[in-house]
Design a protein around this ligand. Structure first.
Ligand SMILES: [Mg+2]
Length: 341
């Protein structure tokens, strides 16, 4: 079977820049994720570059950075990279400097276009030559209608990201992908480019801006963060503070499997153990996974967070290479993690 979860020194000693997803990694809504601020501050002290890489295009980097600093997270304005910035670079490659572009979405879209020498406009009457569409809470029918009219002329269309939903305290709300879907339905077109994770432009933009030579992507979502890292050919660290549950990890297809796993951002600072495998067994320190009558069985202590991380590692490696029933293992993974996080 392929090798997953090799032994690694502390990521802070191996990588020069951490490309950090925000929601579910650094903060959840209004609150910092526990241990995030201290871990990132210590990482920076030890020489790790930090880039905050977000698919959300609505807020300009300065506003995102201010929010991070309020939470005690070490962040300069230039440490934030948004899908709007990546989308604007794509757009700048399609149009002459100074071209007017219809900005659909929040202020972050306008700021990013202007930064690349394009002229954001808010109405079809201003003669836009293209449409850049990102998330914005104020997006109204009139903006989508104007975009549809411009797109009907065959003008280029860049979407900052395709997240269909946006997590809110009240539940799932429509994300940018849902608004893009409206224009797909109306125009019969699809965007010419998508900037955000898991597509490449945002990862490329982050590497370009930080000058990273050995970046690591750190994220909580398999289908955006981890897949983006795979597509870009860079290693990834999955943290368990966000949306990925045990059953999601065990069911992950090869292009969504992380190289490293830790409960939270403290995983940047410590060594990672190796998972050893034989045909139907996976072992990581004191944790062991094996198959008993087609069911995945986990054995080992779960007193410390390191114990629990090891259980998650061995479970994933065995589930990725065998078709097994995972129900009991998932229950153990979930309850042991919940008891310690
Ligand atoms: Mg996230």
């Amino acid at each position: 079977m392929p090798k997953y979860f090799s032994a690694s020194p502390a990521p802070v000693d191996v990588f020069d820049v951490a490309l950090l997803d925000l929601d579910g990694v650094v903060y959840i809504g209004e609150n910092a994720v526990p241990h995030a601020a201290e871990s990132l501050a210590q990482g920076r002290t030890l020489g790790l570059g930090l880039a905050y890489v977000t698919n959300n295009a609505s807020r300009p980097p300065s506003v995102v950075a201010e929010h991070l600093r309020e939470l005690g997270i070490p962040a300069r304005d230039e440490d934030v990279v948004t899908s709007a910035q990546a989308g604007a670079r794509v757009m700048a490659g399609l149009l002459p400097q100074g071209s007017p572009v219809l900005a659909v979405g929040g202020l972050g879209v306008d700021v990013a276009l202007a930064e690349r020498g394009l002229v954001p406009v808010r109405s079809r009457s201003q003669g836009p030559m293209a449409v850049m569409q990102g998330f914005g809470k104020e997006t109204a029918w009139t903006h989508l209608a104007d975009a549809a009219f411009v797109l009907a002329t065959g003008a280029p269309w860049v979407a900052t990201n395709m997240d269909f939903t946006l997590p809110t305290p009240d539940g799932r709300a429509p994300g940018n992908g849902a608004f893009v879907g409206v224009l797909v339905t109306v125009t019969g077109r699809t965007p010419d480019a998508i900037a955000g994770k898991p597509e490449r432009p945002l990862v490329d933009e982050s590497i370009l801006r930080t000058g990273a030579q050995r970046p690591v992507m750190v994220g909580d979502r398999l289908d955006t963060d981890i897949e983006a890292a795979r597509r870009a050919g860079i290693p990834s660290l999955l943290v368990l503070t966000g949306v990925t549950h045990a059953e999601d990890l065990l069911a992950a297809p090869p292009q969504r499997r992380p190289d490293l796993l830790s409960a939270d951002l403290r995983g940047l600072l410590h060594e990672h153990p190796e998972v050893l495998t034989s045909s139907e067994t996976a072992v990581c320190r004191s944790a062991r996974a094996y198959i008993d009558r087609r069911a995945l069985v986990l054995e080992g202590p779960d007193e410390t967070l390191a114990d629990v991380e090891d259980l998650w590692r061995v479970a994933a490696v065995l589930a990725w290479s065998h078709s097994v029933e995972v129900e009991a293992a998932v229950t153990r993974m979930r309850t042991s993690l919940r008891a310690l996080l």
